[in-house]
Design a protein around this ligand. Structure first.
Ligand code: APR
Length: 260
């Protein structure tokens, strides 16, 4: 950047400088970086996002499929939809972005990942420190006794209405539905990662869903640096120190070359 050039706004930084800026932040804060991810990081694995042109919520009504009321009203329909999603995810492979984040955890560059995703692809890629704010599509919970079962990635229940082995009660996906509180333990783990972080990689999220989105917002308010990686702008863009307008895998391919 020549002396005379002054960027009006962080977002005027031309793309290649955004990568420069981002890689400098990551290297200078090595070990104090976390990732906050949304469905966009799994889009290139063929898993549909929720919003945007091909989003799930354009085709289906969340209130008919992803609320406790919907499950009470028609558990078979909800299970059918979740099994459709599970089969889709079971065929998916982690993307390059998932893999780079796993490598950066191993190399001590990032502390861990707070994800809104339930697909389990971060763990499949080898990430260990993963906080699943919205639960996991590969876990189920008994609606009667509360017992949780880990199905394991790719294991889709056979039965129409899976039942609890302990009490025979109806099982449900152990994901957070609309109007439901987030699991307190996961929330606390997410908060402690955000408290420790100085730089937050915000990857593939529309930043519209609370309370999850309050985590990066509060981090920015505390003066922490957000690096947003998303081909679109979101409510988090204006709070970000750096905006990389790119798909996750393209961005992480370039960042991996610059950071390692
Ligand atoms: N790389 C990076 N970002 C991408 C890509 C990609 N290849 N493709 C799409 N995106 C971005 C979109 O621009 C959008 O901003 O990913 C974001 C996806 O937004 P949503 O579909 O709203 O997904 P998410 O933010 O994860 O939704 C949050 O909403 O429905 C609930 O519980 C559900 O966890 C989910 C929550």
């Amino acid at each position: 950047m020549g002396e005379s050039e002054v960027y009006e706004d962080f977002h005027d930084i031309p793309e290649n400088d955004a990568y420069e800026e981002a890689s400098k932040l990551i290297k200078n804060h090595k070990g104090k970086v976390i990732a906050f991810t949304g469905s966009g990081i799994s889009a290139e694995a063929g898993i549909p996002t929720f919003r945007g042109k091909d989003g799930l919520w354009n085709k289906y009504k969340p209130e008919e499929l992803a609320t406790p009321e919907a499950f009470r009203r028609d558990p078979r329909k909800v299970w059918e939809w979740y099994k459709w999603r599970m089969k889709k995810i079971a065929k998916a492979e982690p993307t390059l972005a998932h893999k780079v984040l796993a490598k950066w955890e191993e190399r001590g560059i990032i502390l861990g990942i707070v994800t809104q995703n339930v697909d389990g692809l971060h763990q499949r890629a080898g990430s260990k420190e993963v906080v699943e704010l919205h639960g996991s599509i590969w876990r189920v919970r008994c609606t009667r006794c509360g017992k949780e079962y880990n199905l394991g990635f790719g294991n889709v229940p056979e039965e129409d209405l899976p039942k609890c082995k302990e009490c025979g009660g109806l099982l449900r996906p152990a994901v957070v539905w609309f109007h439901e509180p987030l699991p307190a333990r996961n929330w606390m783990m997410a908060e402690s990662l955000f408290n420790e972080a100085e730089v937050i990689l915000v990857v593939g999220t529309s930043g519209l869903v609370y309370p999850a989105a309050s985590l990066p917002v509060n981090a920015a308010v505390q003066g922490k640096a957000l690096i947003e990686i998303n081909p679109e702008d979101t409510p988090l863009t204006s709070l970000s120190r750096v905006k990389i307008k790119a798909k996750a895998s393209e961005a992480f391919k370039k960042l991996e070359e610059m950071v390692s």
